[in-house]
Design a binder for this molecule. Sequence first.
Ligand code: GLP
Length: 254
Amino acid sequence: MGLVVCADAERAAIEVADLIEAAVRNDPRLRLGLATGRTATRAYAELVRRYHASGDLTFRHVTTFNTDEFVGIAPEDPRSTRFTMNTRLFNSIDIRLEHTHVPRGDAEDVELECRAYESLIRARGGLDLVVLGLGHNGHIGFNEPGSSPRSRTRVVEFTESTVAALSDGQRCRNLSETPTRAVTIGLATILEARRLVLVATGIAKAQAVHRAVDCRPGPSVPASQLLAHPGLTIVVDREAASAIDRPSLEVGRV
Ligand code: GLP
């Protein structure tokens, strides 16, 4: 596992953008898994900036799969993952929208949608790199505490703390507007990816980072189950790293 501690959230976004840019330049047909949270979207803003500044960075042949979508929410709804990703990233780079995949949370048969999403990832050959945010309770994608490392794309019910975190005004204005379920890709699908980047910033994530990194891996902290993955890089800022207490960890600092 690589752990990179950055001076602040801005620097962490640059670090994540570096990893994505390098992966896309190395393999223009990259199959990229993407998270939608505030932390990851900071890195996407940096990618958009680089796309316009560089002149030779292209996403034309990249395929993306978002990790999750709210159940019951249509793609046009500003709360949806689809809307967020289109406005924060996809519409601002040269990726083909038909190469960007997000589960339909408003599918009539959402169980069927889950199976179809999983099959689509498999049909495309799996994921090369997945960018993941970290929930306050250690969730990744929307794999809430209790999620099995064998889990696949499915519908999950949010814990109360996740509903509270989601109603913070970024995507949902208040509790009554906050969905209570999502379609999420599973831990097994994530763990099969070749590389994983887990990013967390801010003091509010310090305990989640500590539990993911220092405690015995297990379903109660879903992110801890990523540590067994040989291609995992954790990118945190100093605040998010402040509760890590494993002395043997090799840390890169930028
Ligand atoms: C959310 C999402 C993830 C996100 C993570 C952290 O609930 N399912 O896509 O990466 O939790 O979000 P944030 O970075 O906004 O704290």
